[in-house]
Design a protein around this ligand. Structure first.
Ligand code: PHE
Length: 452
């Protein structure tokens, strides 16, 4: 595969929007609010922001350096830079993680698709118990969630198969601003509800007594998942960056957009939840069980507003999920395209087939005890395996690779775009890559093994 036949993002704004599109997803709109809700609100958010800047940005720059320098798919990029060391395996592990994430993420994205339809047709009405039962029955039913998961992978397929410039970049340029507009409209509706002030206070008044080791580690894990760090995805996208892209600046902009959207998602959810007396720590079911209640109750006197807001909310989730699944799909597509020397279209079909199969298994495992691994449904198991083990592992290997193994002058050349940039903050970045990031990630592992 020669270099010229690979696509590239055509503009700097395309680079930032596509990569931010990968970062911004269900992790921001669904996972961040419930994690913040369970871990004390504002104090968690402050720590999260600290981790994004201290670990997330250097980690992203490291993945960018690997991808842009090697200019090929993730597996080969790590093999090229890592030689015969274990670092060479990070690409394959990341690729595996990315495809597993696409499998289970499509199931949740499929639920969003269904909820979008249900809110559109008025199916989410009823009291609290009815709404909860609706979710239980739907998510554990045999056919619809599996079909929707495959549908979501197919939707992603058609964007990715169109290529980097006319598929991924174009879709991101349209979807990202749309997502932002939807968010703002819902925030206005949510914040104007009676009693919304409590929710805003919860988000912005830190109570530092709430910070303990669990909160610290929860914030760290959330930062990784949300930035798409350690799934070979940033590395794959960086292989489409041209030589003029300022890696530190792009990573900072993406981290900023990602954090901003997460906080806006909090501003969308908490004021409404507090307004109807819903507990902020209701966990993963927040958007599927709690929020329909919020929409029904909060806008009880103005049902049409509740209707519009709920339809917009689930449309927003679908859009956010799509820009992320596109990036996961691209990891596999680029790999099969270049390694098997087949067309992009066929490579995309292989990725679609594998991820659809994983998605179907995940969908069927919800509410079905016989399809479980280590006591968890396949969906929960893959979520755990990727977010808690594989992503931190790959991110750690990436930082160690760039910090200790790749010659410093190559790192410097990538960081400064062959000496054309001043190399702002290089010393800090390099120290984070060599010491701070690997050490912090090691801490997560030790904690998971209950060793600290
Ligand atoms: N960052 C995405 C989100 O917040 C999830 C993701 C993980 C995307 C890994 C790509 C790779 O939803």
């Amino acid at each position: 595969m020669n270099k010229e036949s690979r696509g590239n993002f055509s503009s700097k704004i395309g680079v930032v929007l596509a990569t931010a599109g990968s970062a911004v997803g269900l992790g921001n709109v669904w996972r961040f609010p419930y994690m913040a809700g369970q871990n004390g609100g504002a104090a968690f958010i402050l720590i999260y922001i600290g981790f994004v800047f201290l670990l997330g940005i250097p980690g992203m720059v490291c993945e960018f350096i690997v991808g842009r320098n090697a200019h090929t798919n993730a597996a080969r990029s790590y093999a090229k830079l890592g030689g015969k060391t274990p670092f060479a395996w990070a690409g394959i592990i990341g690729l595996f993680a990315g495809m597993c994430i696409l499998g289970f993420y499509s199931v949740v994205a499929g639920w969003c698709l269904h909820y979008f339809y249900a809110s559109l047709t008025g199916g989410l009405k009823g009291d609290t118990t009815a709404v909860a039962e609706y979710f239980q029955n739907f998510s554990s039913s045999a056919v619809t969630p599996a079909v929707l998961a495959v549908l979501f992978v197919l939707l992603t397929h058609f964007v990715v198969a169109k290529g980097v410039k006319s598929g991924i970049e174009k879709a991101s340029k349209l979807l990202m601003p749309l997502l932002f507009i939807f968010l703002i409209v819902i925030i206005i509706a949510s914040c104007s509800l009676p009693g919304a002030g409590e929710g805003i206070k919860f988000l912005f008044h830190p109570d530092f007594s709430k910070i303990d080791r669990t909160v610290l580690l929860a914030a760290l894990g959330q930062a990784f998942f949300s930035l798409s760090l350690g799934a070979a995805c940033l590395c794959t996208y960086a292989s489409y960056f041209d030589k003029g892209v300022n890696l530190l600046q792009s990573a900072s902009q993406i981290a900023l957009v990602d954090t901003l959207i997460a906080i806006l998602a909090g501003l969308m959810i908490f004021p409404a939840a507090f307004s109807v007396g819903v507990s902020p720590d209701s966990g993963p079911s927040l958007i599927f069980i709690t929020l329909p209640n919020v929409f029904n109750q909060a806008f009880g006197s103005m049902p049409i507003v509740g209707y519009i807001v709920s339809v917009m909310f689930y449309a927003l989730l679908v859009l956010a999920a799509l820009t992320s699944t596109i990036s996961m799909h691209e990891i596999g597509t680029a790999f099969f395209h270049e390694e098997l020397n087949i067309s992009r279209g066929n490579a995309a079909w292989i990725t679609t087939a594998i991820c659809s199969a994983i998605g179907v298994l995940c969908a069927l495992s919800v509410g079905n005890g016989s399809l479980s691994l280590f006591g968890k449904s396949i969906l929960d198991f893959l979520d755990f395996l990727t977010a808690q083990i594989l992503m931190p592992l790959v991110a750690m290997l990436t930082c160690l690779l760039v910090g200790w193994y790749v010659p410093k002058d190559i790192v410097w050349r990538e960081y400064t775009n062959r000496g054309t940039l001043r190399g702002t903050l290089f010393a800090i970045f390099y120290f984070c890559a060599r010491v701070v990031c690997p050490l912090c990630i090691l801490m997560i592992f030790l904690d998971q093994l209950k060793l600290i």
